[in-house]
Design a protein around this ligand. Structure first.
Ligand code: FRU
Length: 482
């Protein structure tokens, strides 16, 4: 560790102490989600599994719940449910990353973990930091164990990116194909169009630009962050987080989006040919910058940031006053079924279930309720696509509605500005809900749609209420703290 890193580490530890007490006293701290010990968290980074241990790193500003200089925090787990907070992994302590160690990924090869990330540098002066004043260097780092950095060097200097791009090029992710390594980077062209830059390498060290992976997407905004590119169930999948996509009906309602495209890669032309449109991964209020990895069981697992940047004019997170902000979503397993991407909560989370109840409710006579005595629970509601409206009210003021035409999530005061998100949907047979002390994740039709949102209830409730002219089957479990 160099002297600068040591000084940063000591300075943080010293100042983190008073924040820790504030954070510990907060009843909105989550019980089975991953959150920052203090301060701010954003994107999941470098997720991988090595010798049985899962490593999850994340964009982290330990001293400032509203963001600031970015480090990489680090959590490990043996079962993807219980996590240990490790020492911070990566500090912005080099000339090429001194204004933030930005997002990146991990790639395993012959026992070595290769990390790639963006070293952010801002030069003093009068700049817009889009077309001038900024460096976003692509850095390669190796580690044997995921805890110690063995080497770290710039492999694509910010001055070496191709012409036609602004200085916003970042968030590397690697895929191996036909004996070569490919890197995707998210970018913004000088015409303010989002782009995915593709690079190729034989040795993970020397990289050559091959072109834009995905052409002709005029409606997908001005900047694409956090690209991810992988094979799944015989298809190629491209994920990205575009900024600047316009709302269209009930779609793309958030300030920025995260979504997927299914298609085929033309490995000769080195282009991705989508077979369908860009589809949002999550339809709730708080989801961005997801990253996937392949675990040792061969599952493609996705984690998102349960938050979004630049939302303050619409909705807020009152935990800022309590010394922290944001968390990661539950991890989800991805599959392709009948040509569609499905996302399901990991089965490991069943281990947290306790005190289960199962019941059939006939709502045709009057509304029915179920006890809601815990602030952390999972509920599975099965129904047969009712034609008349059915509503479910839970927590302080969260209402879920299905009316044969669509599904809606509505928050009251506990939404701190979050109001309604809707999905056009005519058939609904299952709603699976995970409620944590200050979050809700809703999986519809066994992973067809997901809605993730933060919520900040101040009042305790005792019952979940169901209304509608139909019969439903409900299973519910309180969830143990992870
Ligand atoms: C996405 C993002 C990335 C960047 C990181 C910085 O939320 O803007 O593009 O690398 O966050 O924290």
């Amino acid at each position: 560790m160099n002297l600068l890193t040591e000084t940063l580490q000591k300075g943080i530890e010293g100042r983190q102490h008073s924040l820790q007490q504030k954070v510990a006293a907060d009843p909105w701290r989550l019980s089975f989600h991953q959150q920052p010990p203090t301060g701010w968290l954003n994107d999941p980074n470098g997720i991988h599994q090595k010798e049985g241990i899962y490593h999850v790193y994340y964009q982290y500003s330990p001293l400032d719940p509203e963001g600031g200089l970015k480090y990489w925090g680090h959590k490990t787990s043996k079962d993807l449910v219980h996590f240990k907070e490790e020492e911070m992994f990566l500090y912005p302590d080099q000339k090429f990353d001194c204004h933030g160690v930005y997002s990146g990924s991990a790639f395993e090869k012959e026992g070595v973990t290769h990390f790639f990330y963006t070293g952010n540098v801002k030069h003093p002066g009068k700049h817009d930091y889009i077309s001038s004043g900024r460096e976003q260097n692509t850095v390669h780092m190796t580690s044997q164990d995921g805890f110690t950095i063995d080497s770290r060097e710039v492999v694509i200097d910010s001055t070496d990116y191709p012409a036609g791009f602004t200085q916003h090029i970042r968030d590397p992710k690697i895929i191996e194909k036909n004996g070569l390594f490919y890197m995707v980077l998210g970018g913004r062209t000088i015409e303010d169009k989002g782009a995915i830059l593709l690079y190729v390498s034989e040795d993970l060290s020397k990289w050559t630009y091959t072109g834009n992976l995905l052409e002709n997407q005029p409606k997908l905004g001005y900047m694409w962050e956090c690209p991810d590119f992988f094979e799944l169930d015989g298809q190629d999948i491209l994920l990205m987080s575009p900024q600047g996509v316009e709302q269209s009906g009930n779609e793309f309602e958030n300030i920025y989006q995260s979504g997927s495209m299914i298609g085929k890669t033309n490995w000769e032309k080195l282009t991705f040919e989508p077979s369908g449109p860009f589809i949002e991964l999550d339809r709730g209020f708080d989801f961005y910058a997801p990253q996937t990895f392949l675990d040792e069981k061969g599952r493609r697992i996705l984690w998102g940031w349960m938050g979004l940047p630049d939302i303050e004019s619409d909705y807020t997170n009152p935990t800022i006053e309590r010394g922290w902000q944001h968390a990661l979503t539950l991890p989800r397993e991805l599959t392709i079924e009948e040509g569609k991407l499905k996302q399901r909560p990991l089965s490991e989370y069943k281990r947290l279930r306790k005190d289960g109840i199962e019941t059939q409710l006939d709502l045709s006579e009057q509304y029915q309720s179920m006890p809601e005595t815990s602030t952390t629970y999972e509920m599975l509601v099965k129904m047969n696509s009712p034609k008349e409206p059915i509503t479910m009210q839970l927590s302080q003021d969260i209402v879920l509605t299905f009316d044969g035409q669509g599904f809606a999530l509505t928050l009251g005061k506990s939404g701190f500005g979050r109001k309604t998100r809707k999905i056009d949907l005519t058939a609904l047979d299952q709603i699976q809900v995970f409620v944590d002390t200050s979050s809700i994740e809703i999986f519809l039709n066994d992973g067809e749609y997901v809605l993730t949102s933060r919520m900040y209830p101040k009042e305790k409730t005792t019952a979940i209420q169901f209304k509608g002219n139909t019969r439903i089957q409900v299973e519910k479990w309180d969830l143990k703290e992870a």
